[in-house]
Design a protein around this ligand. Structure first.
Ligand code: SF4
Length: 345
């Protein structure tokens, strides 16, 4: 592909992003994933977490050993329990759909989410097989693929570019922070320029992109978190996931926490910083999550991480207290339009 073709495709992506729904008039303070899904698919769509059995280059020694200090792939994804040769991808999808339909009666269609570990850490042909298996399921309308920024070779991106001309596909890239001191603390094994390079190569191929970030990394002050938010606002990914830093069993972070070497944020501190973050993001960026969830069998702290909806309620209250919303710090006063009116929701 020539550079001009890539630029044109990136422009087309920007045009399509401009057509986002007026989520504020629906009573939201930020652009939630559910509204985005209904806008794109015309019905409620839920993510089904599945495990395609990949490893991670930050664990197996290719990039590092030990992994990110917060990572216990069992704790982060219950689906990892089904990572057995006898449980096929199709069976995992069927199981996940049944579980979701039991909990959410409105669940109609589903996105297969290749979640645990680094799901682009395999040959393009093998990943394509997994993609086509998932996308061939009658109730699956799209695919989300979680990965690291340093594990996105051109061969994988070329394959995904071709598939995404027919199917809804989103790459979800873990960045966590733009600051090197934080990436080092987390033992991420990559830097911010590597992320920027991956992001650029994905955008050249018009790939849909999500970015995962942590709010509350020890050593980061509010100005550091805002610097990351401003960078994300500049890049304008399709969606963002925000997570608190939480401690799960059998991780290096557990040792730091048990010995009192790190302090975790209170719910109030976290909610304030999440609102700070969302205020500077463009209103077109979908907010997939505003907090993370760990399996209760593995979660150690903070206690509020295990309370369903605690972060969502606290963020909502903080938005209301400020009479604020996503994008208020991004949009110029001239371009606020309807978004400039503070509602009472
Ligand atoms: S990149 Fe992902 S799977 Fe690998 S160690 Fe970090 S969090 Fe775990």
């Amino acid at each position: 592909m020539t550079d001009s073709m890539a630029d044109n495709r990136a422009d087309n992506r920007a045009d399509s992003m401009a057509a986002f729904p007026d989520w504020k008039s629906m009573g939201h303070r930020y652009f939630p994933l559910g509204v985005s899904m209904r806008h794109e698919f015309g019905c409620a769509v839920w993510k089904v977490s599945v495990d395609i059995g990949c490893s991670c280059p930050n664990i197996d020694g290719t990039i590092g050993t030990g992994g990110c200090i917060f990572c216990n792939t069992h704790g982060f994804a219950p689906s990892r329990r089904f990572n057995k040769p006898e449980v096929s991808l199709s069976e995992q999808i069927n199981f996940g759909i049944r579980q979701l339909q039991r909990r959410y009666s409105k669940a109609e269609k589903f996105i297969a989410y290749f979640q645990p570990s680094t799901n682009t850490y395999l040959a393009p042909e093998r990943l394509e097989q997994f993609c086509r298996t998932a996308l061939g399921h009658s109730e699956i309308v799209g695919l989300a693929i979680g990965t690291r920024p340093d594990t996105l070779p051109d061969g994988i991106l070329d394959m995904l570019e071709l598939l995404s001309r027919t199917f809804w596909i989103q790459l979800e890239i873990g960045l966590q922070s733009i600051h090197q001191k934080s990436l080092d603390f987390l033992n991420r094994g990559h830097n911010y320029p590597v992320f920027c390079d991956a992001f650029r190569r994905c955008r050249q191929r018009n790939l849909r992109l999500g970015v995962h970030l942590i709010v509350g990394i020890p050593g980061e002050e509010r100005k550091d978190i805002l610097a990351t938010a401003h960078e994300i606002a500049r890049l304008q990914p399709d969606c963002v996931k925000l997570h608190q830093l939480y401690v799960v069993r059998e991780t290096p972070l557990e040792k730091l926490w048990q010995t009192g070497k790190i302090r975790l944020m209170t719910l109030e501190e976290y909610a304030g910083l999440v609102v700070d973050f969302l205020e500077v993001l463009p209103p077109s960026v979908v907010i997939d999550r505003i907090s993370g969830e760990a399996d209760s069998l593995f979660l150690l702290a903070p206690a509020w991480s295990g309370t369903k909806h605690a972060a969502r309620n606290a963020v909502q209250q903080e938005f209301q207290r400020r009479c604020s919303f996503q994008g208020i710090g991004y949009l110029s006063s001239d371009s606020l339009g309807n978004f400039g009116n503070c509602g009472n929701h």
